[in-house]
Design a protein around this ligand. Structure first.
Ligand SMILES: C[S@@+](CC[C@H](N)C(=O)[O-])C[C@H]1O[C@@H](n2cnc3c(N)ncnc32)[C@H](O)[C@@H]1O
Length: 286
């Protein structure tokens, strides 16, 4: 079968799936191409013949995606700033949007003397590992409440031979006390969905991402963020930054929390390919 035909059929099936969140125009084609490239190990030309065995493999993967299974679990990895990080059910799959959060951290760490970065709620370690990769010389720490997340982050670090330490802990709980007052950048991409809104999430998120990765179980989804804003100054250097990624509709509340906590130079920055990611940034209060 020609690649073009195999793709067209897959796009139709993906577009008809009620389990997939069709929020982005053309997403079905991007995903179908991604899966076909994965099967073939390269990007085919539209007129290329795909062997019967490969068409069957491709269709089997498309059938899994039609049930809502995230592409990252089907392939077993997801790329983040050039790193192909292992993805496993049970641990939140990092979003492309967080590449902007990592970029903001890297920019603030480069050029500092003995820089220290802490990635809170690190999940599989994507943000911490991007920093370790792109701001060499940085002492990188990642903390997560879930031990399967920390195990995966360590596996990812080993796979790329990146220097980063991962700890199980509640927020700053797993960090050595000697880091107090010496951290240059803290990043957080938290669970921030208000507990009452969990049911509104698309099935492919609700059914595949564990609840503790989506919500902190508070009514407004601000509990972990508020705690971070109030506990960060103790860990930051006087010139240090706190960076928190949230969805655009939460940005104003988070900005307000930074201001109420006395943070300086507070801004809501916007970036990523679709220019929708919001990263709220602020310097440690004096
Ligand atoms: C939205 S996921 C983000 C993971 C990672 N930062 C990323 O962007 O891929 C939120 C993460 O917060 C972790 N988490 C939830 N409550 C926590 C807490 N109190 N302390 C540390 N981590 C927590 C969850 O286990 C989950 O891995």
């Amino acid at each position: 079968m020609e690649a073009r035909r195999a793709l067209a059929h897959a796009v139709e099936q993906l577009a008809a799936s009620p389990a997939i969140d069709h929020w982005q125009r053309g997403r079905e084609r991007i995903e179908a191409e991604d899966l076909l490239d994965y099967v073939l190990g390269e990007e085919p030309e539209p007129g290329d013949e795909v062997s019967g065995a490969n068409v069957r493999r491709f269709q089997a993967l498309v059938a899994r995606r039609v049930t809502g299974e995230p592409i990252a679990f089907i392939k077993g990895y997801a790329e983040f700033r050039g790193l192909e990080l292992i993805a496993r059910p049970g641990v939140f799959v990092q979003r492309d949007s967080s590449e902007f959060l990592a970029e903001q951290a890297i920019r603030r760490l480069r050029g500092r003397k003995h820089p220290v970065h802490v990635d809170l709620a690190t999940g599989g370690g994507a943000i911490a590992l991007a920093v370790a990769n792109e701001a060499p010389g940085t002492e990188v720490w990642g903390v997560d409440l879930a031990d399967d997340a920390v195990r995966l982050a360590r596996r990812n670090a080993n796979a790329f031979e990146l220097e980063a330490s991962f700890r199980v802990g509640d927020l700053f709980g797993g960090l050595p006390a000697r880091l107090r007052g010496s951290v240059d950048v803290i990043t957080l991409h938290p669970p921030y969905v208000p507990v009452g809104e969990l049911g509104d999430l698309p099935g492919e998120i609700r059914d595949w991402e564990p609840t503790h990765t989506l919500t902190d179980h508070s009514a407004d989804g601000m509990r972990l963020i508020t705690r971070t804003v109030s506990e960060s100054p103790r860990w930051l250097r006087s010139s240090g930054w706190l960076l928190i990624e949230v969805s655009p509709d939460r940005a104003r509340d988070v900005k307000r929390a930074f201001a109420a906590g006395g943070f300086r130079d507070v801004r809501s920055t916007k970036g990523g390919e679709l220019q929708v990611t919001r990263v709220i940034v602020g310097r440690r209060p004096r």
